[in-house]
Design a protein around this ligand. Structure first.
Ligand code: ADP
Length: 382
C-alpha cells in the first residue's frame, strides 16, 4: 500500500526551474490523494505559468510513478486557488470526511470556456440539492437523446458521489489511447466517463476545490469523446462555489434543472437557475422528478411530495417546463441494477417522458423549436 509520505518524499526531488525550490517546499501542492495504487495531486499555478510549469508537472508525475506500488499517477496543474488566508499554499482539509474547500477563483474565469473539439453541445444536468434524481435524469436523458438519433456522451462531474458506473452497469477501467488521453467506456450506445472508473466504489473521496476542477477538466478534455452531438454533464448537487466554478469552466450550451415538487427542493432549484443565469448559461428547462406515484396494485395516484410545483416555478422563472417523471419502483430497480429504463424498457411511459424531455432539449440546442410553448408530456400508466 502506497503512503502519502512516500509520495511526498518522491516529490522532494522535483524542483521549480525559476526558484530552484523543491515542489514540496513551494506550497503549491494540493493534498496527496491515494486510492489503492492510484495517486492524484494538483499543483497550483498562475494561469500565465502553464507552459513553464508543464515540465514540472511531468517530472512530478514520473517521480510519483517511480514510487514502488504506484500503478497510476495523475498530476495536474490548476489555476484555481482557494480564497482566504490560506492562499500561500493548499493545505490538507481539516477532516477526513468528503470535503469541498472554498473553490472561489482568485480572478473571474473567462466568460466562455474553450469548446471541446468534436463535441457540438455540452449540457449540464443540475439540482439544487442531492437525492432528487439528478443522476437518474442525466442518465436517462442521455439515453433518450441517443434513442432520438443524437450521438451522445455523458460525463460524471458528480465526483463526490459518482453514480454513472452503477446506473450504466459499467465496471471496466478506461483504456489509455495516447499520452494522457483516455477512451470513454460505452453503455447502451452512450459514451461514459466517470471518476468512479478510476477509484474503488465506497472509497470516501476527499476533494479540494482545485482538485475537483482539474479532475473534471481532464475528464472533459483528455478523453477521446470523438464526434458527439451532445455531451451531458451530471453536475455535483448544490449551488456552492465548486458548482459555480465548474459551470464557468465548462463550455455549457445550456442546463437542465431537476427538482422534486416540494417547496424546499424548489427553493434549491431556484438557486440552481440563478447560478446558471449568473454564468450566462441558458436554462433549457426544469424536470419535475418523483412528481407523483401510481400504486401498482390499486392504480390510485398519490402526490407524495405534492405535485406541479416545478411547473409553477418554471412559469414563475420564465423557463421551459420539460416534463414530469413519476416516482416508480421499476425505474428505481432498473437504475440501481445498471439497466436504465430508457434503454431496457423503451416503450414504458417513463421512457416516453424522457424521450419527450430529450426532444425538447435537442430542439432548443439545435434551434429548431420554441421549447417554451410545447405542452408537457401526458403519461398513461397501464
Ligand atoms: P441525485 O443524483 O439527485 O443524488 P439519484 O439520481 O442518485 O439522485 O437518485 C437517488 C435515488 O432515487 C436513487 O436510488 C434512484 O434510483 C432513485 N430515484 C430517482 N428518481 C426516481 C424516480 N422517479 N422513481 C423512483 N426512484 C427514483
Amino acid at each position: 500500500m502506497v503512503t502519502r509520505e512516500e509520495v511526498a518524499r518522491a516529490l522532494e526531488q522535483v524542483k521549480l526551474p525559476a526558484s530552484g525550490q523543491t515542489l514540496t517546499a513551494s506550497g503549491r501542492l494540493s493534498d496527496i490523494l491515494v486510492n489503492g495504487d492510484k495517486v492524484m495531486v494538483a499543483i497550483a499555478i498562475d494561469p500565465t505559468e502553464a507552459a513553464a510549469m508543464e515540465p514540472v508537472r511531468a517530472a512530478a508525475q514520473s517521480a510519483i510513478g517511480g514510487v514502488p506500488g504506484v500503478g497510476q499517477a495523475l498530476v495536474s496543474l490548476t489555476a484555481d486557488r482557494p480564497s482566504g488566508p490560506a492562499t500561500t499554499g493548499m493545505r490538507p482539509p481539516p477532516s477526513t470526511q468528503p470535503h469541498v474547500a472554498a473553490g472561489r477563483p482568485s480572478q473571474p474565469p473567462s466568460p466562455k470556456a474553450a469548446t471541446i473539439p468534436g463535441v457540438r453541445h455540452v449540457i449540464a444536468v443540475a439540482s439544487g440539492k442531492g437525492g432528487v434524481g439528478k443522476s437518474t435524469t442525466a442518465c436517462n436523458l442521455a439515453l433518450a437523446l441517443a434513442a432520438n438519433g443524437q450521438r451522445v456522451g455523458i460525463l460524471d462531474a458528480d465526483i463526490y458521489g459518482p453514480s454513472l458506473p452503477k446506473l450504466f452497469g459499467l465496471h471496466g477501467k478506461p483504456r489509455v489511447v495516447s499520452g494522457r488521453t483516455l477512451a470513454p467506456l460505452e453503455g447502451y450506445g452512450v459514451k461514459v466517463m466517470s471518476i468512479g472508473f478510476m477509484v474503488e466504489e465506497e472509497t470516501p473521496m476527499i476533494w479540494r476545490g482545485p482538485m475537483v476542477m482539474s479532475a473534471i477538466t481532464q475528464m472533459l478534455r483528455e478523453v477521446a469523446w470523438g464526434e458527439l452531438d451532445v455531451l451531458v454533464v451530471d453536475m455535483p448537487p448544490g449551488t456552492g462555489d465548486a458548482q459555480l466554478t465548474m459551470a464557468q469552466a465548462t463550455p455549457l450550451a445550456g442546463a437542465v434543472i431537476v427538482s422534486t415538487p416540494q417547496d424546499l427542493a424548489l427553493i434549491d432549484a431556484r438557486r440552481g437557475v440563478a447560478m446558471f443565469r449568473k454564468t450566462e448559461v441558458p436554462i433549457l428547462g426544469i424536470v419535475e422528478n418523483m412528481s407523483y406515484f401510481i400504486a401498482p396494485d390499486t392504480g390510485n395516484r398519490y402526490d407524495i411530495f405534492g405535485h406541479g410545483g416545478a411547473r409553477k416555478e418554471a412559469a414563475r422563472l420564465g423557463v421551459p417546463f420539460l416534463g414530469e417523471v413519476p416516482l416508480d419502483m421499476a425505474l428505481r430497480e432498473r437504475s440501481d441494477s445498471g439497466r436504465p429504463i430508457v434503454a431496457t424498457d423503451p416503450s414504458s411511459p417513463h421512457s416516453l417522458v424522457y424521450r419527450e424531455v430529450a426532444r425538447q432539449v435537442w430542439a432548443s440546442l439545435s434551434g429548431t423549436g420554441d421549447v417554451t410553448i410545447k405542452p408537457p408530456p401526458a403519461i398513461v400508466i397501464e
